[in-house]
Design a protein around this ligand. Structure first.
Ligand code: PGA
Length: 253
């Protein structure tokens, strides 16, 4: 395992309103885990404040949002500002999840603005990249990832690159139960780190955290985290179960 601190992020998506969040925390609190793993929970916006109160005595668990807008304020009905996320104690924000790209047509250039706004406001963006099944079948995986990295990270200052977490999430593995094999995931993680090294600098590449997402479960996390370039996980479905989420964290310890 590398010098990079492992990071495990729960992406609850549109699940767990306030009552369910309270229930989750009361179950999750019965367990303890080693503090060498950084744990982040990203609930829906309306559960953020409640979660922040419930976690106020748990310094090892941080909170993140699932989305933000690129502008800090203004006439953007239905959107959320990074400022408001800070107010409810978020440290992280997921940017460019494939569901946002696919269903809400968010493109690399728009996402790059969100990344910059997040960094400027001391929120750590978790920038998601990943190919579809068709793109993989057509051997376009590296081409797609390269474009997502080049366009999405273009306006980020060199020295800020380690303030970004990169999440590799192959779309064909999200919510399908079809996890990438450790070898498949490592191949792309290695490619991403090499891209950062060649385009930004080798010392940055060494420090930037690259996490894997897509059907992560307690029984596959152990073999994924053993890979040299996999620094943790972005967990959807399994993070809704306190016991499974706890086991995934333990695998990364
Ligand atoms: P999954 O989702 O773990 O349910 O596949 C991961 C994600 O979409 O972030």
């Amino acid at each position: 395992m590398s010098h990079r601190r492992p990071l495990v992020v729960a992406n609850w998506k549109m699940n767990n309103g306030i009552a369910e969040t309270i229930k989750f925390v009361s179950e999750f609190n019965r367990t303890t885990f080693a503090e060498d793993v950084e744990v982040v929970i990203c609930p829906p916006f309306t559960s953020l404040y409640t979660l922040s109160v419930l976690l106020s005595d748990k310094q090892s668990i941080l909170m993140g949002a699932q989305n933000c807008h690129s502008d800090e304020r203004g006439a953007f009905t239905g959107e959320i500002s990074v400022d408001f996320l800070k107010e409810v104690f978020c440290h992280y924000v997921i940017v460019g999840h494939s569901e946002r790209r696919q269903y809400f047509h968010e493109d690399n250039v728009f996402l790059s603005k969100k990344i910059v706004t997040s960094i400027e406001n001391d929120l750590i963006p978790i920038y998601c990249v990943g190919e579809s099944e068709i793109e993989r079948d057509q051997m376009k995986t590296f081409e797609v990832i390269q474009k997502q990295l080049a366009e999405g990270l273009k306006p980020v200052a060199k020295d800020d690159i380690t303030k970004v977490v990169i999440a590799y999430e192959p779309i064909w593995a999200i919510g399908t139960g079809k996890t990438a094999t450790p070898g498949q995931a490592e191949e792309v993680h290695g490619f991403i780190r090499k891209w950062v090294s060649q385009n930004i600098g080798s010392s940055y590449a060494n420090d930037v955290r690259i996490i894997y997402g897509g059907s992560v479960k307690p029984d596959n996390m152990g073999s994924l985290i053993e890979m040299e370039n996999i620094d943790g996980a972005l967990v959807g479905g399994a993070s809704l179960h306190p016991g499974d989420f706890h086991k995934i964290i333990e695998c990364c310890s």
